[in-house]
Design a protein around this ligand. Structure first.
Ligand SMILES: Nc1nc2c(c(=O)[nH]1)N[C@H]1C(S)=C(S)[C@@H](COP(=O)(O)OP(=O)(O)OC[C@H]3O[C@@H](n4cnc5c(=O)[nH]c(N)nc54)[C@H](O)[C@@H]3O)O[C@H]1N2
Ligand SMILES: Nc1nc2c(c(=O)[nH]1)N[C@H]1C(S)=C(S)[C@@H](COP(=O)(O)OP(=O)(O)OC[C@H]3O[C@@H](n4cnc5c(=O)[nH]c(N)nc54)[C@H](O)[C@@H]3O)O[C@H]1N2
Ligand SMILES: [Mo]
Length: 760
């Protein structure tokens, strides 16, 4: 069958952005909002006194520019500011068993939740409940737990600093450090890997650094879809002639060419700006090999330069003054044969030498990376090899250079900063004790995988979700769904209905909250919250829209309500903090010295940057130096003969588990998600072809059986040995035990699988 004959599978010829983006925004608005009414809300997004876009964590140009257009930001906002409502009448007319059969798209597409709801076992329906009764029931159930460590406090990264701070305060006063969060499934390899390398678990660059960089690498991230405002920055760099090197198994359109929808000339002439100057289609899981090959190239060039009397290609002053471990790294790289590097990366030595030479010749290099790096069994090792490569040429703590992990949720970095962590540092706990006068628990809590394991084993019986869709985002629904259904208490603080809410516990409660676009009115007047972007910039966010329902409460108010209903003799003045969030910020400042003069600093448009020690070449590691760290061997994920390595990716029409629509425009997919992207030779070798219905079967060494049935094979430009499918559907193949042992990040991007004709 020819490529175009498979329903909903074609080619996309256009650039990223452009007219396609404008059309998609118009459709998003038409689909979700009453005509005209609320669309002005979009215009206050990322403005100095507007709200922070919930779409991604890419920074705004000083928060002073005019409205920066972004298709997927617009989708995120229209999805939240929708005029549709999920009311008590809706719940009255559908049992939970019926809703379970709905798609994730249909569940959220019912619109915003309007009332607190409690599950009624006799009618199998969610019924309305008053706030007071809901909070009292939660308090009673939490107090009934024999041990506070039997409760799990999940956070999704949209929560503001204020909400997250109160949440960790409540849980710690209650007595646990169980903070599974979305970061555990996302950039944990960064949070664990970078502190060992450079002493901070965050990126070191600022947006201004991109103006000074002379080579930019994009490894394992898809900005055209997931960080679209980054394309503006990359376009500017590309126009300056800066080499942009994309390293990705898939040819992502946003990394190839872009038409900024604000650029009238390019829009009208249907032209676009090329983004990547070179594109390397590494095998899924082949990054460590590629990075070692680049280091090998750099070392060879260094030797050559010195043999010719030059000063070499390494930054020897930086290495001597600021680092440890370079000799061990050099021996490891030298001991790695090119043959192995080629095999593991899927790239030729010549290609790797070319990319290594670009790196070696640039004075100021930024390396951006995303989930293609972190979500592997050796994600932490991946991150540390990137740090090694940068450090060899002093590319950390220098203008125009640095490491740039692209964070996921718009405030996932801030949530960590203000205390959402299962491995709290003494400084945090001491600060809480000093400020509030209670003794927080000192022992480690659960991360996301440990939380699910504890729930599965009956060691945890209560789950509170501050946003998100934990059960669907987590790996292994076969285990996870069953586990969550065994809870005594499940509480969901949410804007929209999702599948996690339908995994019914003994007591299940949904608490509807305000979104970021909405006015947050408290006793002390309308409130602003604060967020931190990928580059450590903290700034205020104020919603301007009328709340979706008069019964909604803000996340901070809901957390305070649960705390007051649960804790007897709390040391925290909850009501006072909720009346005026600047009082919460005063407490954040009291606990974290980095937030000195917090309220004054966020009053300024654009906010302020949190101190980043590594960017100042201060190394907060035990050695007081930046450390070169070795990753033994090459293969991140050892695929057995005949198996393929599955990576799971986001479509252009989704926000994590939120599915806005069924198209994936840039990859040529329309109206469906049940497709798997496979190399044509891998298909042919198995007697399969484009358009065939196939089963994808787990081929893990443990012998566990998992199957992702009836997917349509799409012959795609992807390296042999690698295949890709959409998240979250493909999570059925990722068993709970497949994760990075150092960071606990599920290896969503390296599942060994086999493919075969569908059994049906
Ligand atoms: N519109 C939209 N925006 C979002 C999100 C969303 O779902 N929708 N999600 C938000 C969140 S929480 C996050 S974490 C970020 C995610 O942003 P990304 O990190 O861009 O997320 P993914 O879609 O998972 O894509 C990762 C990219 O890595 C590539 N890749 C896969 N495996 C490998 C590999 O082994 N090596 C290399 N080098 N590349 C690989 C894929 O082809 C893909 O292009 O985006 C945030 N922003
Ligand atoms: N296979 C595979 N699995 C993955 C990934 C992958 O790449 N592949 N990526 C992982 C990553 S990077 C992440 S971050 C996780 C995402 O995991 P989560 O953060 O748990 O998931 P989301 O889909 O972002 O959560 C969507 C829900 O959040 C709620 N919500 C939206 N806005 C708000 C708000 O303002 N307040 C509150 N209280 N609730 C709100 C809505 O009810 C919505 O249904 O998934 C992970 N899972
Ligand atoms: Mo994420």
């Amino acid at each position: 069958m020819a490529k175009n004959e498979v329903a909903g599978v074609g080619d996309y010829e256009g650039p990223a952005g452009g007219w396609g983006a404008l059309k998609a925004v118009a459709e998003a608005i038409r689909g979700q909002m009453a005509p005209v009414k609320e669309t002005h809300g979009l215009l206050t997004m990322n403005q100095p006194y507007g709200f922070d876009c919930p779409g991604c964590a890419w920074p705004d140009p000083k928060h002073t520019s005019s409205f920066e257009f972004c298709e997927n930001g617009a989708k995120a906002v229209t999805w939240e500011a929708t005029s549709k409502r999920t009311t008590p009448e809706f719940f009255a007319s559908h049992t939970v068993s019926e809703l379970w059969t709905w798609s994730d798209y249909d569940l959220e597409n019912e619109g915003r939740l309007t009332h607190p709801m409690v599950y009624d076992h006799s009618s199998d329906r969610y019924l309305p409940i008053s706030w007071d009764d809901a909070l009292a029931r939660i308090g009673t159930a939490l107090r009934a737990l024999p041990d506070p460590d039997m409760a799990e406090f999940y956070t999704s990264g949209r929560a503001s600093n204020e909400a997250a701070f109160l949440y960790q305060l409540f849980a710690r006063e209650f007595g646990t450090n169980n903070f599974p969060d979305c970061s555990n499934m996302c950039h944990e390899a960064t949070s664990v890997g970078l502190p060992e390398s450079i002493g901070v678990g965050k990126g070191t660059v600022t947006l201004e650094d991109f103006d000074h960089s002379d080579a930019i690498f994009c490894i394992g991230h898809n900005p055209g879809t997931n960080h679209p405002r980054m394309l503006t920055t990359l376009t500017e760099a590309s126009r300056r002639g800066v080499p942009i090197i994309a390293i990705n198994p898939l040819l992502e359109r946003g990394l190839q060419r872009f038409t900024p929808p604000q650029n009238p000339v390019e829009m009208l002439t249907l032209s676009s700006t090329p983004i990547a100057s070179s594109y390397y289609q590494v095998k899924v899981g082949g990054d460590i090999a590629l990075l070692k090959g680049m280091m090998k190239t750099l070392l060879a060039l260094d030797e050559k330069s010195r043999a010719q009397g030059g000063s070499g290609m390494l930054d020897r002053d930086f290495i001597a003054q600021h680092t440890t471990g370079v000799d061990a790294l050099i021996s490891d790289v030298n001991a790695t044969p090119w043959d192995d590097i080629e095999k593991a990366s899927g790239l030729s030595r010549a290609d790797i030498e070319a990319v290594g030479t670009i790196y070696a010749n640039a004075k100021r290099v930024i390396i951006n990376y995303g989930m293609g790096i972190t979500q592997h069994r050796h994600g932490t090792g991946n991150v540390q090899q990137i740090a090694n490569l940068l450090m060899l040429r002093g590319n950390i703590g220098k203008q125009g250079a640095g490491i740039s992990p692209l964070r996921g949720h718009s405030n996932v970095q801030g949530d960590r900063t203000v205390g959402i962590t299962e491995i709290p540092k003494d400084a945090l706990l001491d600060g809480l004790e000093k400020t509030f006068g209670f003794k927080p628990p000192r022992h480690k809590g659960h991360n996301a995988i440990e939380a699910i394991e504890a729930i599965r084993d009956g060691r945890s019986k209560a789950l509170i979700g501050l946003g998100g869709n934990l059960a669907v985002a987590m790996s292994d629904p076969e285990v996870t769904f069953k586990a969550v259904r065994g809870l005594d208490l499940a509480v969901h603080i949410a804007t929209k209905l999702n599948r996690s809410h339908l995994l019914i516990a003994k007591e299940s409660i949904i608490l509807p909250c305000l979104g970021r676009t909405e006015i947050d009115m408290q006793a002390g007047g309308p409130q602003a919250v604060t967020v931190e972007d990928s580059m450590s910039m903290v700034h205020a966010s104020r919603g301007g829209l009328k709340p979706a329902s008069e019964h909604l409460r803000s996340e901070p108010a809901i957390i305070a309500g649960i705390a007051m209903a649960t804790l007897r003799n709390s040391r925290v003045p909850w009501a006072e903090l909720i009346a005026d969030y600047s009082k919460i910020r005063d407490r954040i400042e009291a606990v974290f010295p980095a937030f000195k003069d917090f309220n004054a600093k966020v009053a300024k448009p654009g906010g302020f940057r949190l101190y980043n020690a590594a960017s100042a070449r201060e190394w907060l590691t035990p050695t007081k130096k930046a450390n070169f760290l070795i990753y033994p061997g090459l293969q991140e994920d050892l695929p057995a003969e005949g198996t393929l390595t599955l990576t799971t990716i986001r479509s252009h029409d989704q926000y994590n588990t939120t599915i806005y629509g069924l198209n994936d425009r840039y990859r040529g997919i329309t109206g469906r998600r049940d497709v798997v992207f496979v190399n044509k030779d891998d298909l042919a070798r198995r007697g399969l072809k484009h358009g065939d219905l196939i089963d994808v079967v787990l081929a893990a060494p443990g012998g566990q059986k998992r199957i992702f049935p009836n997917q349509t094979a799409v012959a795609y430009d992807i390296p042999a040995g690698s295949i890709a499918a959409y998240y979250p559907e493909a999570n059925v193949l990722v068993t709970l035990d497949q994760y990075d042992k150092q960071s606990g990040t599920p290896s969503y991007k390296s599942t060994p699988v086999r493919i075969q004709a569908a059994a049906q």
